[in-house]
Design a protein around this ligand. Structure first.
Ligand SMILES: Nc1nc2c(c(=O)[nH]1)N[C@H]1C(S)=C(S)[C@@H](COP(=O)(O)O)O[C@H]1N2
Ligand SMILES: [Mo]
Length: 199
């Protein structure tokens, strides 16, 4: 194998089947947060799904941990152009959390402690595509990375993966979140380079 040659050239673009256009591979785990890191206590932690009719479904920390757990192994892509391959998480699938939620809503707005929001089509949170993750690499998720729990939606740019998640509001009409209001793309597919509105 030509490991030395590859190392010498630095593999600038990375593996094109794993690294979306315009991204580079990083082995660090950069922290990207607007504002201070909120301290969220698992004793008082809740996660609430509010439907378009106002029905509320709430889980405590204990209830979340009592649900079936999944361990997605996945790549993540930040709009600031870093991608991190082969990340390991543990959490609860949104499929599990939405099981008993009656809704015909098409959109979801994720809310975080601290006020951050981000919007997604509800169908991007189902079918094994999204989790409420509380563990990274076998350890409780660091507060800087959204601990105790964050949304994980790895097929979209990572700004959609709301840290310190407190709930989801299900909506008939799309409602732009924090970065979407600031001009980022509504959907944010890294493979189509949907960074900014109009991309
Ligand atoms: N609550 C909250 N969630 C957030 C953010 C934020 O500022 N606040 N930043 C987003 C952005 S732009 C990215 S790239 C990822 C960064 O996650 P990390 O800091 O764990 O790398 O979190 C996303 N989720
Ligand atoms: Mo980001």
């Amino acid at each position: 194998m030509n490991l030395i040659t590859r190392g010498f050239h630095g593999r600038r673009g990375g593996d094109p089947t794993r690294i979306p256009p315009g991204q580079y591979e990083t082995h660090d785990f950069p922290v990207l947060t607007v504002g201070p890191t909120p301290r969220v206590d698992t004793d008082t932690w809740t996660f609430t799904i509010t439907t378009e009719t106002g029905a509320r479904h709430t889980w405590t920390w204990e209830q979340l941990l009592a649900l079936p757990q999944e361990s997605p192994h996945t790549d993540i892509h930040c709009v600031t152009r870093w991608s991190k391959l082969d990340t390991d998480w543990t959490g609860v699938s949104l499929d599990t959390l939405l099981e008993d939620v009656e809704t015909t809503a098409e959109y979801a707005l994720a809310h975080s402690h601290g006020g951050y929001t981000t919007d997604l089509p509800l169908q991007d949170l189902t079918d094994g595509q999204a989790w409420i993750a509380h563990t990274f690499d076998g350890h409780p998720l660091d507060p800087e990375h959204g601990g105790p729990a964050r949304l994980l939606v790895p097929h979209l740019y990572f700004w959609k993966s709301a840290k310190w998640i407190s709930g989801l509001t299900l909506l008939d009409e799309d409602e732009p979140g924090f970065w979407e209001q600031a001009g980022y793309h509504d959907y944010g597919d890294p493979w189509r380079e949907q960074r900014y509105r109009g991309d």
